[in-house]
Design a protein around this ligand. Structure first.
Ligand SMILES: [Zn+2]
Length: 241
């Protein structure tokens, strides 16, 4: 299936006879297709309609900005995984397109640009978070891999919604940038877990024995995994358009 230009929600409607596109604040872009229509054709369709979709998304975004007075920048950002804390300050400027986050000193972050615009700020903070993840998580994975003698092919940083990490058949390990909000012990466990998948690409008893050998305390950490998402601040979730 081809990559889509837009994130969208697909709804199959047995009652509709044609394809409909809708943009709503709650659901973002919704594509309604008649049953029997091949969902694989949707990305091409969206590409053809991209001008209309972009205009509709922009209109909705400006409405959301008006109706979201509760958005405010985080005053502080903590990344427990690497023991770092930043105070966040803001410098408004007219250039909304260039909203950016940079470090101005030890423990000082400055966000400049459209500092009142939630979408722009979350996008900029998200890019900053990815940079931090590249800086800290990838070398951490490399060290752990070396220490354990469990090599991998390549590593990626992503912002998955439901997984902290994954390991693919071709040896690619993906780590969630949001791991930075967790404890070092948890991050270490996630890395060990994914590296052990390089030997056992399953969750068999053999896999868990291998995990236990490298992380004897894994059961306690693994038991908390559903609660861990609460540690992720709202701004760090990918904004749903
Ligand atoms: Zn696993």
């Amino acid at each position: 299936m081809s990559e889509s230009l837009f994130q969208y929600r697909l709804r199959i409607s047995p009652h509709s006879r044609r394809i409909r596109l809708r943009v709503t604040p709650r659901l973002g872009l919704e594509v309604v297709i008649p049953s029997g229509f091949d969902p694989g054709r949707v990305p091409v369709l969206l590409k053809r309609k991209q001008r209309w979709i972009r205009a509709a998304l922009e209109r909705m975004e400006s409405l959301r900005a008006l109706h979201a007075p509760d958005w405010c920048l985080p005053a502080q950002i903590q990344l427990p995984a690497v023991g770092l804390i930043w105070a966040v300050s803001a410098k408004p400027s007219d250039n909304a397109a260039r909203t950016a986050v940079r470090e101005t000193g030890a423990g000082q972050l400055l966000i400049s640009g459209a500092v009142e615009n939630e979408q722009a700020c979350r996008a900029a903070l998200g890019r900053w978070l990815l940079r931090q993840a590249h800086r800290h998580l990838l070398p951490g994975l490399e060290r752990t891999s070396h220490d354990l003698g469990l090599p991998y092919q390549r590593a990626l940083i992503r912002r998955q919604k439901t997984r902290w990490g994954s390991c693919s058949r071709d040896g690619t390990i993906s780590l969630n940038a949001k791991l930075l909000f967790l404890s070092p012990e948890t991050v270490n466990y996630v890395m060990i877990h994914e590296l052990c998948h390089r030997v056992e690409l399953n969750h068999s008893p053999r896999f868990w024995r291998l995990v236990e050998r490298h992380c004897p305390d894994f059961r306690r950490i693994n038991a908390q995994r559903r609660d861990l998402w609460k540690a992720v601040p709202h701004w760090a979730e990918k904004a749903v358009l």
